[in-house]
Ligand binder design. Structure first.
Ligand SMILES: Nc1ncnc2c1ncn2[C@@H]1O[C@H](COP(=O)(O)OP(=O)(O)OP(=O)(O)O)[C@@H](O)[C@H]1O
Length: 585
């Protein structure tokens, strides 16, 4: 937790002034019982109305000043805690963005969402409490005991007995309940995961009629969280009655022994009332201390999780070669070299023992169209994900334009690609906004061109607002094929050197897909196109087809070459309708 205190450096003034003013308020609070005692002993006993009014005025002044001090403290606490939370959240967000897919896979989306929302909120609350109460509450306890000792040493023995007793009860309850808070956080993570899965997968769940099962899963986890909360609640429930029983007994003792002292003339009635006030202040302050322990325990668990994210350093190091460096190299004959070269690439996902890709070697020349085909799980997506460096190969060398991809800055490397991923991702906003995500300053002409090539024209033009039509989150108001075409348009908008279509035409009917291929061929001359597909018909005209089988290359060549030489390819073609007649080429 202390490590995150570095963010408070920017709020030094608030961190010092807040507790300082809260301390002043506490001092004033400690003076109040003394003034009350003097009102009783002098004003009321002597029937001195002026004295009572004067002292009453002092009480009012103490109260008003206390209120102003409390407001200043509250303002400082809010400013520092909100600022702290905003900075931690921003830094977490950019740190998460710097992590590779491997590290993100390791954490999981739910964990990261909980960290950036719930855990940062918890820390934010702890910072506010640190400023408002951490100094005040213990000060009130110690201050009230000292004030009581100054009034009467003998009677203050009651305080010296009571304070450790109440502290022990608090310690016992905290010790028992703190482990539950940690478990509860994990269960809350699970609730968040189930909620997310159910909301994003609502259609699938309904289609398979598994709502009851999902509801049961949610209820069970919810019940688990509730049971933990009830157990903690039962423990906490002991706290208040136990504390107040001891306190009330102490007050009885004060009144009992104080009464005797009053009779013998050692104490005044006012002083006994002051003792009772101090006892009440102590009990309230101790309950605040108990709550602080709970808040800081939760914050401690949150800080561990936040630091766990910060401590995960991106294992991929960004290179230094920039667009400008590439511009200078133009004309050095680089374009004659393969635009993509893979040399004995091996790749295993983090935490996986097996290679998802093994011994992958091939070259792609500029302007070539490459088809990648293979069964499900054969490694096609994994292979194309290595090209823009979403993951680093475990072994081997991957060159783009003759340069190791690790040499490029991420921006320079990724700007060379237009990618339409297998899973379509669109964002809330207009169609134009979604396309401009890939190129901020895309002109209307560029947008029109991308829409035309991706075969989106026919449905975009039927929309009443055309390019300004709103897409809901995830593109839910579009069909699967429409979403795919828009992601292809987004990949095309930059007019990239290398276009990767990762099974991104799978939802298109054969005729639209054929039109898309034709448009890519006629309008994107010079562009290197890598087309992943399960359909042999989609890639059969490619300059080169790479056949993947269980993470390895089973064959490379043209359709005609592979039909003759590659058993896996032949089997794929045989199994697909419409391809039987071309398998004998
Ligand atoms: N993020 C991941 N973490 C761990 N393993 C993964 C991950 N993504 C894919 N894999 C594994 O890597 C292997 C190759 O998966 P990949 O997605 O590349 O196959 P694919 O050929 O694209 O399949 P499909 O045609 O079904 O999309 C599979 O065994 C898969 O289980």
């Amino acid at each position: 937790m202390l490590r995150l205190a570095r963010y408070l450096k920017h709020y030094k003034k608030e961190v010092i002034l807040g507790p300082f003013f809260k301390l002043l308020e506490a001092i004033f609070e400690l003076i109040v019982p003394l003034v009350m005692a003097s009102i009783i002993d002098t004003g009321i006993r002597g029937g001195d109305r002026v004295y009572v009014l004067q002292r009453g005025g002092i009480l009012l002044l103490l109260g008003t000043s206390g209120l102003i001090f409390a407001l200043i403290c509250q303002y400082s606490a809010s400013k520092a805690s909100q600022g702290f939370g905003t900075m931690v959240r921003n830094d977490l967000f950019s740190h998460i963005n710097s992590l590779s897919h491997g590290e993100l896979d390791g954490f999981g989306t739910n964990f990261l969402i909980t960290v950036i929302t719930n855990d940062v909120n918890q820390m934010q609350l702890a910072v506010a409490m640190l400023i408002r109460l951490v100094v005040r509450a213990p000060f009130l306890v110690v201050g009230a005991i000292i004030m009581a000792m100054l009034l009467d040493l003998k009677l203050s023995i009651v305080f010296l007995v009571v304070a450790p007793l109440v502290s022990f009860i608090l310690y016992w309850v905290m010790k028992k309940s703190v482990p539950f808070y940690k478990v509860r956080q994990k269960v809350l993570d699970r609730i968040s995961m189930i909620t997310r899965e159910n909301l994003t997968g609502a259609r699938v769940i309904r289609a398979f009629s598994t709502q009851d099962k999902e509801e049961k899963r949610f209820e069970d986890t919810n019940e688990e969280a509730a049971q933990i909360a009830i157990r903690v609640g039962k423990l906490s429930a002991i706290l208040n009655p136990a504390t107040f029983t001891i306190m009330n007994m102490a007050i009885i003792a004060i009144i009992w022994f104080g009464g005797i002292q009053v009779d013998t003339g050692h104490l005044t009635q006012g002083e006994v009332i002051a003792f009772v006030n101090y006892m009440t202040q102590i009990s309230l302050a101790l309950v605040v201390v108990a709550n602080l322990v709970v808040i800081f325990t939760k914050a401690g668990a949150s800080a561990t999780r936040i630091n766990q994210v910060f401590d995960t350093k991106p294992h991929m190091q960004e290179g230094k070669v920039t667009i400008e460096d590439l511009e200078q190299e133009k004309g050095d004959g680089i374009s004659q070299k393969p635009i993509i070269s893979l040399r004995e690439i091996y790749f295993a996902y983090p935490d996986s023992e097996e290679y998802a890709l093994e011994n992958i070697t091939f070259d792609v020349m500029p302007g070539e169209t490459i088809g990648i085909i293979g069964g499900t799980g054969s490694g096609k997506s994994t292979l194309v994900n290595l090209l823009p460096r979403l993951y680093d190969a475990t072994k081997g060398e991957l060159l783009i334009n003759g340069l190791d991809i690790k040499e490029y800055s991420y921006d320079t490397l990724r700007r060379q690609f237009g990618i339409a991923p297998q899973k379509t991702v669109l964002f809330s906003g207009s169609i134009r906004d979604n396309l401009r995500m890939a190129k901020e300053d895309a002109t209307d002409e560029e947008i029109r061109r991308a829409i035309r090539i991706s075969q989106s024209e026919e449905f975009v033009e039927t929309l009443s607002k055309g390019y300004d039509s709103e897409i809901s989150q995830g593109g839910k108001n579009l069909s699967g094929g429409q979403r795919q075409r828009l992601t292809i348009a987004r990949a095309l908008i930059r007019n990239p050197k290398i276009l990767i279509l990762d099974d991104s035409a799978s939802a298109l009917d054969y005729s639209t897909e054929a039109k898309l291929r034709k448009a890519l061929y006629t309008e994107c001359g010079g562009m290197t196109i890598i087309m992943v597909s399960q359909r042999a018909g989609s890639i059969r005209h490619a300059d080169k087809i790479i056949v993947m089988d269980d993470g390895k290359i089973a064959g490379i060549g043209t359709h005609n070459q592979l039909i003759k030489s590659c058993e896996v390819y032949r089997e794929i073609c045989h199994s697909q309708p419409g391809m039987e007649e071309v398998t004998e080429a």
